[in-house]
Structures are given as structure tokens and as C-alpha cells.
Design a protein around this ligand. Structure first.
Ligand SMILES: [Zn+2]
Ligand SMILES: [Zn+2]
Ligand SMILES: [Zn+2]
Length: 309
């Protein structure tokens, strides 16, 4: 249920990240702007406020993407859609790298608090835009939008940032799979409470609430399935002589990799990457832990050679 590039169009590319805007954004923007009948003297300010909201969201997503890159992971795509933004980040599978990639997003909102407060102060203190009541209203709205986004994203409900931070912290204690399992189960309970709270607080925005609750719940369920899969993988015997060149994990043993030519599953680590059914060689073997595909020779590079003289 994540937004995809196919439903979006590219906006620009900055710092190696391509930013896309989802088509649905326009429909929701028109709806939301019409709903915001705030005390502005012209409609332009309503539009400016909505655009500023998405600028804050974009800066937040850039926080995730750049932090993820800093840990050695990949992040080259951000999609803005009606429910906010999605940064497609893949940090290396270490709890510290994951924690920093997630925490950097809300940290951007924390930095924005004094920035916006400074603008509010400059209006009266230095007189920047002091004569415009609309500008005052706009800055105040901006302050609360940023504070609201920060508070909402820090709720410990997976897959919100707070829930993912909780997951990374649990990872240190109980491991990768178990931490995801706990965070997603707590997440499902959290989504129910959150949806109830939002419906009570802003009943007129029930459609938005239901959409966001449905989205969060579907992410929890797919996370839970992923955790189950990882727990099952952990129980399998392992090919001790091989290591993923990307994440350094040993691959599990067993016929788990479907052949790209004939579709039948086999264990490429016991056959040198060649399919025993149709004899087609595999150019790359995907890692079940991190998803990176590497050629068979690169996997065996992790082997310690036995040298006989
Ligand atoms: Zn975030
Ligand atoms: Zn790997
Ligand atoms: Zn085959």
C-alpha cells in the first residue's frame, strides 16, 4: 500500500535524491485547502500554508534519506503523497544504522522549532512583515503544524518514526526479527487507539483518519509477516562458508531460491549457483537478510581459504 513511482511524477533531483509527487496529492490538496477556512484575508495564504506543510514534510524526509546514506545505506527516492511523505531508505541491517536513519527525520522538526520561533520573533522584534496579519497567522499555523508533525511522528506506533525508533532500540536487546515482531504487534494496538483518538478529536476529517489508519495497519501486518519469515529463516541451518558481501550474514541452507529460468527452487550455495533442474547459472543470488543480489563468487569471498603446502 506504499505509494509507487508509477502513480507519481518526478519533481526534481537534489543531493542525489529524486523527489516525486503523487497524482492523488492534487485531489487531496484541493479538498484540504477548501477545508482550511482560516482567518486569512485571501485564499493565497491557505495555499501557502498547505505548501509549507509539505515543505516541512519534505525536509523531514530528507533528514531520513541523508542520515541513511551517512550510515552506508541507500536512499535515492522520496515520494510526497496525500498522507505525507515516504523516503525509501535501506540502511545496512544494524540497529544503530537503522536508529539514526529513523531518528534524523523528527530531528529536522526539532531544529525547525527555533527557526520558526525566530521568524515569529523577527516579525515583532525586527519588524519583518509586522504590518501583515495574514503573515502572523501563517507563522503561527506553521509553528503548530511543525510541532504537531513532530508529536504525531514520535508516537510509538509502528510504522511511525516513534514506533520504528522503539523497534531499533528493541533490536539491540532481542535481535532483528523479534524486535520487528514486538513493534508491529504493539503497532496494531496503537493504530486502533490512534484512529479512535483522531476520530474523537476531528470527526470531520474521518476520511483522512480512516485512510491513515488503514495505511498504518497494512504496514504493521506486512512488517509482522516479514518478522515471521525472518524468525523462520533464523531456525534454518546455515551455509557457514558463505557470507553476503553486503551485510556479512551467512545464508540459510535449503531450496529457498527459485530459478529465474525454470521457476523451480534450489539451493544455489550447494550447486555453485547452477540450477540442478535446468542447468541455468544464476548471475546473482539475492540475500534473504538484506535483499542485495550478489554474484556467487562474491558470496564465497567470505570463505577462509584452506592452504595446503
Ligand atoms: Zn519520518
Ligand atoms: Zn545481505
Ligand atoms: Zn532452473
Amino acid at each position: 500500500m506504499l505509494p509507487s513511482r508509477s502513480g507519481s511524477f518526478p519533481l526534481f533531483r537534489l543531493l542525489g535524491v529524486r523527489v516525486y509527487l503523487h497524482w492523488w496529492w492534487f485531489i487531496f490538496a484541493a479538498f484540504e485547502i477548501a477545508l482550511r477556512s482560516r482567518a486569512y484575508s485571501s485564499h493565497t495564504w491557505n495555499i501557502a500554508e498547505y505548501l509549507a506543510l509539505f515543505l516541512i514534510v519534505l525536509l523531514h524526509e530528507y533528514g531520513h534519506a541523508l542520515a541513511c546514506r551517512q550510515t552506508g545505506g541507500t536512499a535515492d527516492e522520496i515520494i510526497l503523497w496525500p498522507l505525507g511523505g515516504v523516503a525509501f531508505v535501506r540502511p545496512p541491517p544494524r540497529p544503530g544504522a537503522e536508529l539514526w536513519s529513523i531518528a534524523a527525520g523528527p530531528l529536522v522538526n526539532v531544529v525547525l522549532v527555533p527557526v520558526i520561533a525566530g521568524l515569529i520573533w523577527a516579525r515583532t522584534g525586527v519588524g519583518w512583515g509586522a504590518d501583515s496579519a495574514d503573515y502572523r497567522q501563517f507563522l503561527q499555523a506553521l509553528f503548530w503544524i511543525n510541532a504537531g508533525l513532530l508529536a504525531f511522528n514520535l508516537l510509538p506506533v509502528y510504522p511511525l518514526d516513534g514506533g520504528q525508533i522503539l523497534r531499533s532500540l528493541l533490536w539491540f536487546a532481542v535481535g532483528r526479527a523479534r524486535s520487528l515482531q514486538i513493534a508491529t504487534i504493539l503497532g496494531i494496538a496503537g493504530v486502533v487507539v490512534l484512529a479512535g483518538g483522531l476520530l474523537w478529536l476531528q470527526p470531520h476529517r474521518w476520511l483522512f483518519t480512516l485512510l491513515i489508519a488503514g495505511f498504518l495497519a497494512s504496514q504493521c501486518l506486512s512488517g509482522l509477516r516479514h518478522a515471521r519469515l525472518m524468525l523462520a529463516l533464523e531456525k534454518l541451518p546455515r551455509h557457514a562458508g558463505f557470507r553476503c558481501p553486503s551485510c556479512r550474514q551467512t545464508p540459510p541452507g535449503g531450496p529457498l531460491w527459485p530459478c529465474p529460468s525454470c521457476g523451480r527452487a534450489f539451493d544455489p550455495f550447494s550447486t555453485g549457483g547452477v540450477c540442478p533442474h535446468c542447468a541455468a547459472p544464476r548471475a546473482a543470488i539475492p540475500c534473504p537478510h538484506c535483499g542485495t543480489g550478489s554474484p556467487p563468487a562474491a558470496w564465497s569471498a567470505g570463505r577462509s581459504p584452506v592452504i595446503d603446502v
